[in-house]
Design a protein around this ligand. Structure first.
Ligand code: PAF
Length: 284
């Protein structure tokens, strides 16, 4: 496994791989790797000849009061994990390599960036869309792997891939959960032992919603209420939002028909903000 810091070198290796007709799978990350990332890498390994992962804590997707400075960074441990799962190249640029002097071009996906996470974290998806565009443009992968825990990010990335004409297929990998049901996330490391245990209420609430849906509940507000009630009963939890929206447009819905519906939640435990979701009527 080779670790690459320069964009030019990454792009030149990627060009060579394309000339050799290798299928390139790309796993973009911000490091602090966990089981969710392992699932992305394993899927990439299964579907591609060559696997490239990136590690870049992207300042542009953090708000002024967010945890950019504190975000866990451990390139040695992350690289060891990626080597263990047979990654071929790790692209680990520093901030100046991505955002060089005079950098002033941004990518903004209108319509999908303003709601849910976008409403709570203004500018977040502009930062995500910009860095993903730079990374895809550098690596030009055949396949790029994203986790379904970040459902809105998946929507934003799929849109930009289509709109900007990248020849990359976005592969969405199911959320990996701890035994308690808590979705794996780099931010779980900030939770106290008690918070980590109680945070499984998010999963339990989504499971309640799924059961209600299976039993015939089709009223979106009632599904949202079921999730809210369960989470609100946990004294350590502070709900940021519970939303029942179209999985396609992220617009709120009233009645659930046969289209995919996203039940999305963001909940704070102490200083840690966790997100999770459930898709009803999933098509595949
Ligand atoms: O999901 C993440 O880790 C990040 O948002 C991503 C896609 C690597 C962009 O910085």
């Amino acid at each position: 496994m080779e670790i690459i810091n320069r964009k030019q070198r990454m792009a030149s290796i990627a060009r060579k791989l394309r000339r050799e007709s290798k299928t390139v799978g790309f796993v973009p990350t911000m490091g602090a790797l966990h089981g969710g990332h392992v699932a992305l890498v394993k899927e990439a390994r299964r579907m591609s000849d060559i696997v490239i992962a990136s590690i870049f804590v992207n300042p542009a997707q953090f708000g002024a009061n967010e945890d950019f400075e504190l975000y866990p960074r451990d390139l040695t441990a992350d690289a060891a994990m990626l080597a263990e799962y047979d990654v071929d190249y790790v692209f680990a640029p520093d901030t100046e390599e991505i955002y060089g002097p005079g950098f002033s071009t941004h990518v903004y996906v209108e319509g999908l960036s303003e709601t849910l996470e976008g409403a709570s974290r203004p500018g977040h998806f502009r930062g995500v869309a910009t860095v993903v565009t730079i990374l895809l443009n550098t690596v030009r992968p055949d396949l790029a792997f994203f986790g379904s825990k970040d459902a809105q990010q998946v929507g934003v990335v799929k849109r930009l891939v289509q709109d900007l004409g990248f020849e990359t297929e976005v592969v969405v990998v199911p959320t990996v959960r701890e035994e308690s049901g808590l979705a794996m996330s780099s931010r779980n490391a900030y939770l106290s032992e008690e918070e980590r245990e109680k945070a499984s209420v998010i999963y339990l609430a989504l499971r309640d919603a799924k059961i209600a849906f299976k039993e015939g509940q089709r009223n979106a507000a009632k599904i949202a209420q079921i999730v809210e009630d369960r989470i609100a009963a946990e004294p350590l939890a502070r709900i940021d939002y519970v939303a029942v929206v179209s999985n396609d447009t992220l617009e709120p819905i009233d009645k659930i028909d046969d289209k995919e519906v996203l039940v999305a939640v963001a909940v704070r435990f102490g200083k840690v903000r966790l997100i999770d979701n459930l898709v009803l009527n999933r098509k595949q």
